[in-house]
Design a protein around this ligand. Structure first.
Ligand SMILES: Cc1cc2nc3c(=O)[nH]c(=O)nc-3n(C[C@H](O)[C@H](O)[C@H](O)COP(=O)(O)OP(=O)(O)OC[C@H]3O[C@@H](n4cnc5c(N)ncnc54)[C@H](O)[C@@H]3O)c2cc1C
Length: 662
């Protein structure tokens, strides 16, 4: 406290904030019950009042949290038990509610029978703030610059305070944190998450999650069926079992034998949706469905709904948009009209703020950006922050305007050719390019010749009102090619086996392209300075301290063994070298596949340079729930066997352009 006092910090108690002011969406001051204060930064850490305090500005800051009751029981001292319990003397407690508490009490007496003879002192009922995904809410608000939030601390706000405070201070002082915070970042939400009815519904099940042992691929039961693509009813009728991301219902897998009418019709005729529960640490119940979908995507045609992906149009009248994107992106985005480029948007430390595809829709004027679903708010804020002050470049979030259907597989060109007059031959419509197509009787379909799994195929961005028509045409014409619906778990299985990194799963704000085998996508010599360039140049000359690898497990039995699900320790010659990121069963390898990062730690645990030779030498093991499985390490995307090989796609490697000899 002395240090703070000397630094000029003054603490005023019983001082209520009434209004937070901003100019051009940048904090300028606060009105309080003890007068007004001019300030450049404001931190909303008002506990479960933070949502209310968020409303004390214009535009208001959305802090999606809801208070829940949290109980603990004070007893008179019990012999042999440590009397250290939280202070119960605060005036902020809610009334006792024994009807609510007795359910917990019964279980508690089973677990700790000695409490049965304890003498009751007081039942404490204190409110706690929970966010809709059971994680803290930290970071700069998307609505107002220099307005920070540190709230939603649940039942662990005291233990979390030091770390959350340090992270918030880092963000204010340095503009970034040395730790990846994207999972806690306030910009992981959309407006719908702040809807009070949604919060009331969702937060009922959130505290249980805080204390529960969470299975992989966790799904919430509440707050469902909010964002749905126009083809959702068709997908549901086709047996879709849904997972939710950013409030969007996306098929995780399909159960083709599911009969919507006989299996789920309720008395009132309403068809409930099916939620993609996994609820096991072993072989998941969806294994066989995903296997068949995987096979359709690789040997016939798989159709997936990608509508949840973030889609943003970035525009200018002249060349300004190109200059702006060259500064934001580490790849050279000045590509020909109709081209598509995959690029990272790095922060000043070289880490990925965003990983996206940019499509050059029109010369000079416009690009369409496709980014991960979870980035819808976050990447928009990042780009907006770096737009020229003169307003010459604008962006428009078109996520909700387009339905995105991906068709994958060797017969996709034949299928799409049947439905359009445009020549789709590789000469006219090469890989990694864009064309606007007529499909069936519809027009204006933005077609990208690429998939996010490296399979042959197209992603069609369809104006919403045309989506049902295009979907029906694809399904009808696709029957003779064996078209099949495919969910996200099949896509994940392919991309993990193909060694494709995904932002938010393998990559985060601390991962650099040099560490994850994408140096070839960083154009140091493009003649335009970009954010993170100095950090990446330094890393290029000094060498990387971790390297992205693929590990294929040798002796894992998918039927009986516990499955990997990320964050498993990796060992090399018996020494710990890193953690896995994402994992999936590889249906071509017929083996469990883990992606992850390998470090070279010295005897003091300090990370040293990691070279290709270091990674490729030694014997690897992955520890899954205490059992170590030997593994083969890969540094480049493998060429997966298919009955229908394709030269153009086969030559494209997402991770490391050059094959590395073993
Ligand atoms: C019964 C109980 C037991 C707990 N046990 C533990 C434990 O063992 N370990 C642990 O880690 N955590 C525990 N917690 C949780 C912990 O207390 C909270 O997570 C933590 O206090 C939250 O801190 P906070 O700073 O976010 O919010 P708060 O502590 O609620 O502080 C928010 C502050 O903002 C102020 N405020 C609100 N509106 C305004 C305004 N307009 N202007 C100015 N100020 C405003 C409030 O007066 C308040 O002082 C427990 C909580 C309860 C209820």
């Amino acid at each position: 406290n002395k240090v703070l006092f000397c630094a000029g910090v003054r603490v005023y108690e019983n001082c209520a904030v009434h209004q937070v002011h901003n100019k051009d969406c940048k904090v300028t001051g606060v009105d309080t019950s003890r007068g007004s204060i001019e300030c450049n930064f404001f931190v909303n850490c008002a506990g479960f009042w933070a949502r209310q305090v968020g409303k004390m500005s214009e535009p208001f800051v959305k802090v999606p949290l809801h208070a829940v009751e949290h109980y603990y029981l004070h007893t008179k001292p019990i012999a042999g038990l440590d009397p250290m319990t939280p202070d119960c003397s605060t005036s902020r407690l809610l009334p006792e509610d024994w009807d609510h508490f007795h359910v917990l009490l019964e279980q508690m007496l089973l677990r700790v029978p000695v409490l049965g003879s304890a003498t009751l002192d007081q039942l404490c009922n204190g409110p706690e703030a929970f966010s809709p995904d059971c994680k803290w809410i930290v970071g700069e608000s998307p609505e107002i610059q220099n307005y920070f939030v540190a709230a939603g601390m649940k039942t662990v706000g005291i233990s979390a305070a030091g770390g959350v405070g340090k992270a918030t201070a880092d963000l204010i002082v340095n503009g970034c944190s040395p730790y990846d915070l994207h999972e806690l970042d306030i910009s992981r939400f959309l407006g719908l998450h702040n809807n009070r009815k949604f919060l009331r519904d969702r937060v009922r099940e959130v505290p249980g999650m805080h204390y529960g042992l969470i299975y992989p691929f966790h799904e919430f039961e509440t707050g469902r069926n909010i964002r749905m693509s126009p083809i959702y009813p068709k997908l549901r009728a086709a047996g879709a079992v849904f997972g939710q991301v950013m409030g969007y219902e996306r098929p995780s897998w399909f159960d083709p034998k599911f009969n919507e009418v006989s299996d789920t019709r309720l008395d009132n005729g309403y068809h409930p949706y099916r939620i993609a529960y996994t609820k096991t640490f072993g072989q998941p119940p969806w294994f066989d469905y995903v296997k068949d979908e995987y096979s359709a995507c690789r040997e016939a045609i798989g159709l997936s709904d990608y509508s949840s992906f973030t889609k943003i149009d970035i525009l200018s009248k002249g060349h300004e948009v190109v200059d702006c994107l060259q500064y934001l992106c580490s790849n050279d985005v000045d590509i020909p009209l109709g081209g598509i480029i995959h690029t990272g948007m790095q922060n000043k430390l070289g880490g990925y703020e965003n990983d996206c595809s940019l499509v050059r829709i029109a010369e000079n004027h416009s690009y369409m950006m496709i980014a991960p679903t979870i980035q819808q708010t976050r990447c928009k804020v990042w780009i907006q922050k770096h737009l020229p002050a003169d307003g010459s470049v604008t962006l428009s979030d078109v996520t909700s305007m387009y339905t995105a259907i991906c068709i994958m597989g060797p017969f996709t060109r034949n299928l799409l050719s049947e439905l359009t007059d445009t020549d789709l031959s590789p000469r006219s419509f090469p890989f990694f390019t864009f064309k606007e197509l007529d499909v069936g009787l519809a027009n204006g379909i933005r077609a990208m010749n690429l998939t996010h799994t490296g399979e042959l195929g197209y992603v069609l961005y369809i104006p919403n009102e045309l989506a049902l028509h295009v979907y029906t045409q694809l399904i009808e014409a696709g029957k003779k090619y064996g078209i099949r619906h495919a969910g996200y778990y099949a896509m994940r299985a392919i991309r993990v086996e193909r060694f494709y990194a995904f932002w938010g799963q393998d990559l985060d704000t601390t991962t650099t392209p040099l560490e994850c085998g994408r140096s070839w996508r960083v154009k140091f010599d493009k003649g335009k300075h970009f954010i993170g360039q100095e950090a990446l140049e330094k890393q290029r000359s000094e060498g990387v301290k971790r390297m992205y690898v693929q590990l294929v497990l040798n002796d894992h039995d998918p039927e009986f063994d516990v499955w990997p699900c990320g964050n498993e320790p990796i060992y090399k010659d018996g020494q710990y070298v890193g953690l896995t990121t994402t994992t999936a069963y590889g249906f071509t390898f017929k083996k469990q596949v883990c992606l992850g990062f390998v470090k070279n730690l010295d005897s003091e645990g300090q990370a040293q340079e990691v070279t290709t030779e270091f990674v490729l030498s030694g014997n690897y093991e992955v520890d899954i729930a205490g059992v170590r499985y030997s593994a083969k390490v890969n540094l480049h995307s493998p060429n997966l066997h298919t009955q229908y090989p394709d030269k153009e796609r086969g030559a494209y490697l997402a991770t490391r352009e050059e094959q590395v000899a073993r």
